[in-house]
Write a protein that binds this ligand. Sequence first.
Ligand SMILES: Nc1ncnc2c1ncn2[C@@H]1O[C@H](COP(=O)(O)OP(=O)(O)OP(=O)(O)O)[C@@H](O)[C@H]1O
Length: 875
Amino acid sequence: MNAEALIGMVLGTCTLQKLIGQGGMGAVFLAQQSRPRRQVAVKVLLPMSPLAPNQQAAFLERFRRETDAAASLVHPNIMPVHEYGERDGLAYLVMPYISGGTLRDELEREGSMPLAKVVNYLEQMAAALSVAHDCGVIHRDVKPANILETPEGRLVLSDFGLVKIVAEGQIQQNRLTGAGVPLGTPDYMAPEQVLGGAEVDARADIYSLGCILYHMITGVTPFSGDMPMQVAMQHLHTPPPSPRSLRPDLPPAAEQVMLRVLAKQPTDRYVRAVDFASAFRAALTAAGVRLNDMPVDNGAADSRMFKPRSLFDPMWQKNAPAVATNELGAGAAMPPVQPAANAEPVMGQGGVRHDIVGQTSMTLPSFSGILPPLDAAATPIPPDATAIQTPGGARFGQRKMSLLRTMDGLSAFAQQPSAPEQLEFSPAPVYEPAGVAELESTELYTPPANMPINVPNAAPAPSTFGEWKKRNSDSGLMGGSSPEAGSEGNAFAAASTDFQPANANYMMPPQNDPSKTRVLPDLNNEQNKPATTTGALTNAQGTAALMIPVTNEKNGQTTTMKLTQSVKVIKVPVAGQPGQYMTGLLPVLSQPLDSASATPPTEEEVYDPSFKGKLKRNMMAIVLVAAAVILIFATSAFWIVGARSRMQNAQTAAGLSATDATATTVAQATTVAQSANIILADSLSTNNHNWPVATKGAQLYQFKDGAYHIANNDSNQHSAFALLPDETFSSPFVYSLTMQEAKGDDGTFDNQFGIVFHYNAPKKGHSTFYFFGVASAKDNGEYIFAKYDDGFGADVTPWSTLWHQKLGKEYHLGHGAKFTNTLKIVVNGKNFTLYMNGKKLASAQDTSFSNGQIGMLVNLKGTEIAFSNLMLTKN
Ligand SMILES: Nc1ncnc2c1ncn2[C@@H]1O[C@H](COP(=O)(O)OP(=O)(O)OP(=O)(O)O)[C@@H](O)[C@H]1O
């Protein structure tokens, strides 16, 4: 529908006068209201295409429901809804006309902002969101374009709930069964919204606010890319670039707040928007940043600083504001809210009570889906709890209010106009954010002095490999000569029976050597327990369906297409972000082109240094082709979905060829498969997963230079050991990790490091896990696959070798950036396949442990390893 054609139309009490602008969901008009007489803005929701009568009825019903909830929010920083209604099938909202433009305009104009202004804006938006969240209303599309500015600098958040109304309308229109279509830019979109198929909650809005903060601080959004898909994938998988690298005057603690709010996993973020804003303010003030330098609330248009009342103003909290009655004439400044005590609640159209106090005494209207009520007990009330009190003085009845279910489904981004229409996309993998109650803080662990392996945040105590190897060498128990590097068939397959307690004697240290007695850690000590915490990102739970509904435009029938093609995980460097990669799945042809004629290099050749130049060129070509393919596919996908959200381009869709449709379908499936296959992706360039950190002591655990550094300086020969907190992973999976030896003595076998998985502490004082790593040494260096179980008493060495082999030429022995090595282990039940730098080393078997935590281990004083690019994928 042509929005201009609506000018002159009378909607309720308003006559549309002028088109102000148009977005993905509708058009906004300057309008003249007759009663009361004032200029207002009217937003008309325009369906993409004519709706069938039943669809229209459902759409309008949804509109009423959502707008009821949104209109009940009364706060100086939330756009009031004067009136709303329908006419001739058009749904419209009447709101104050706000003449100062949007935050998007200001950011485009100004770039990064002074810290005082940033804090002021952040607090205004946090206040608005906290009030909405306490009422159970999630915005779902928090972005600068939805934040209007009054001339005196008050920010007003608009479009509450609209994205849900429109997205669900599209779902219905598209006859999908649960997929939703978030509209607009992915620049501020939370990972769980990108994934779709998820129920998002307040933390998605808080993430979006974090992106806005990032934008205000640095002048750029956390992620950028030519394609919306690129941006979306970075929200899912890539840690944001350090804000301090773009804004050096930002104190480190403030950066930490920003990174926390941008955590991929909702449980790792702040629970309440006001907590986030307070933490950011506190980090700045603690670092000596003066926030009151700038004029605040002086009414001067150029200061554009507004001191929020409401949450930060006890006076406001005690009184019911009547914001909805504020009339904002064109060009007029919104007067500061000075609500009178005992103010009458504002009645909206249809007698809807617009005061929050009234709202607390009722349950919100039932929405399309209801999540369990927020548990007030599980949602810590901050010390400044009064800050979230209602104007009437009562804290919102969190138990009464329900969180809205977010729209489900795949994210799509309205960007490219010319797009085919006939493809629909099945729901993305189900993503279930962990509950609020799971949010726990962790404490740093101070290991006891006698602990052989020190695990920050706790952990038990294996003895070192060096000691173990020496014992076994001394006693002649180390298993024979190693198979030659590259001889895959020589893999040592250790059956589980090899390590029953009865057989364990062969690993025992010489009984007559009292020095071999280890002192186990005291696991009665709470400190020694493994860390609890937060989970990992994008735990896609394996529920992705690769069934893709394809709608035939001509006959309207929807059929399902299944993705049967093989796909391959690839990594593409992200432009302008050294060390950052985007992962993706590339469809793999079952019969590679020219496979008959091409002679692939042998694995030895691949890792032969003399072969590297050629290999590098080939690899570059492959990566470029892969990147190009992904981008083409991603573009296709977004063209399609983009068209769906751009009504004016709907007609262009008709001519999609079958080939285009197939390519796009595969691209979309690729997106889903990609999300589905990655269990955990962590570049380890920043601490997004609550890895242990210790900057003092014998073992150092630090994020620096784009990697997770573990430095072992323990003179007692204790190993350093880090576990991903809380999350356990079951077989099957593939775990890969890149390691770079920053420091270490390559003259000794004890210089060992590698990955740990299936870690468990089955009972106090007892730990079990597998280790796959290297003894990085010139002469006697080895790969080692071993298991650890200290449940047999202090006299029994807990280590048992499942397989070991001399280092081959595929291993890059040495220090520094040139010598990176990527370990990979395919874990499939009792079967383990071991790789180094892409080369298959061996297979092994063991049935001792089947699930547990993952992590890494560094042995020997003086060894420092930089770990990066951790990837856990489905097998
Ligand atoms: N209450 C208002 N007063 C004045 N201008 C407004 C008001 N509401 C919206 N606008 C302006 O109208 C234009 C269109 O807004 P709209 O919300 O429809 O689109 P958007 O936010 O830019 O995009 P999208 O809807 O895709 O998120 C914007 O330029 C916005 O600044």
